[in-house]
Design a protein around this ligand. Structure first.
Ligand code: ADP
Ligand code: CDP
Length: 233
C-alpha cells in the first residue's frame, strides 16, 4: 500500500504507563487519517464517577453500580480531547493524582470492563479506520485488528517521560512517581480480568531509545506493510 492510499484497518496500541501510547496513537491516527480512541480515558472517567459518588474504589459491587449509572462519553477525533461524565467535561480532572491512584482498582471490576468494552466496540464500529490504545485492545477488545502493537520502554525512561509531562524535576518526587507507575503496572498485569499483556500476534516495539516521531514512523511503517502484505496474499 502506498502512503497515499486510504488506510481502512484498525491499529491497536497496548502497553504499560508512560510508554507513549497516547501521544503515538494520536500521531499515527493523524498520519493515517484514522479516528483515535483512548480507552484509558474511559476507565479514568469511570473513576471520576466513583470518586464523586463517595464510593470506595475497592468496593467492587458499589463501583459496578455507580459506573452502570454514569454516562461516560469520549471523542474519537485525534485532534481534540472530549471526555465527559454525565455531560460534565472531566478531560483535565482524569489526569489528576486522585484519579490515577484509584483507576486500577475501578478498571479491575469485571462489570465495569464489560460495560466499557461494549461501548468501545460500538465506538470503533461507527468510527471506520481507527487507532485504539489501552491495555487489552489487542487481546480482548479487537482480537481481529489489522495491526497490534505492544509498546514497551525501560522503567527509568517511562518515569522520566511522565515526570517531564507533569513538570516534576526533584529526584525524590521522580522516585515517588516511578514507584506509583510500577505499582499500577503490577496491578494491571496481575488482575484476573483482561490483564495487561501482549497479544500472541502483537509486534513489540521498544521505545526506550526512540523519540516520539521515531515510534510514530515505525508504527505507520508496520501498518502500511501489514496492509500491503494482506493485499498480496
Ligand atoms: N519515544 C518517546 N521518547 C520520549 N518521550 C516520549 C516518547 N513517547 C512519548 N513521550 C512523551 O512521554 C510522555 C508520556 O506519553 P504518553 O503518550 O502519555 O504515554 P502513555 O499513554 O503510554 O502513558 C508524554 O509527555 C509524551 O510526549
Ligand atoms: N484498555 C484499558 C485502558 C486502561 N485501563 C486502566 O486504566 C488505567 C489508566 O489508563 P491510561 O491509559 O490512561 O494510563 P497511562 O498509560 O496514560 O498512565 C490503567 O492503569 C488501567 O488500570 C484498562 O484497564 N484497560
Amino acid at each position: 500500500m502506498s502512503e497515499q492510499m486510504t488506510f481502512r484497518g484498525q491499529v491497536t496500541l497496548d502497553g504499560p504507563s508512560g510508554t507513549g501510547k497516547s501521544s503515538v496513537a494520536r500521531g499515527v491516527a493523524a498520519h493515517l487519517g484514522a479516528a483515535y480512541l483512548d480507552t484509558g480515558a474511559m476507565y479514568r472517567a469511570a473513576t471520576v464517577a466513583v470518586l464523586d459518588a463517595g464510593v470506595d474504589p475497592a468496593d467492587a459491587d458499589a463501583v459496578a453500580r455507580t459506573v452502570a449509572a454514569a454516562r461516560i462519553e469520549v471523542g474519537t477525533d485525534a485532534a481534540t480531547e472530549l471526555v465527559q461524565v454525565d455531560g460534565v467535561d472531566v478531560a483535565a480532572r482524569i489526569r489528576g493524582v486522585e484519579v490515577t491512584r484509584a483507576v486500577s482498582a475501578v478498571s479491575a471490576v469485571p462489570a465495569v470492563r464489560r460495560q466499557l468494552v461494549d461501548q468501545q466496540r460500538a465506538l470503533v464500529a461507527s468510527a471506520g479506520p481507527v487507532v485504539v490504545e489501552g491495555r487489552d485492545i489487542g487481546t480482548v477488545v479487537l482480537p481481529d485488528a489489522t495491526l497490534k502493537v505492544y509498546l514497551t520502554a525501560s522503567p527509568e525512561a517511562r518515569a522520566q517521560r511522565r515526570a517531564g509531562q507533569l513538570g516534576i524535576t526533584a529526584p525524590d518526587e521522580v522516585a515517588v512517581l516511578a514507584a506509583d507507575l510500577r505499582r499500577r503496572d503490577e496491578f494491571d498485569s496481575s488482575r484476573e480480568d483482561s490483564p495487561l499483556r501482549p497479544a500472541a500476534d502483537a509486534v513489540v516495539v521498544d521505545s526506550t531509545d526512540l523519540d516520539q516521531q521515531g515510534v510514530v514512523d515505525r508504527v505507520v511503517e508496520l501498518a502500511t506493510s501489514t496492509v500491503a502484505a494482506g493485499e498480496r496474499a
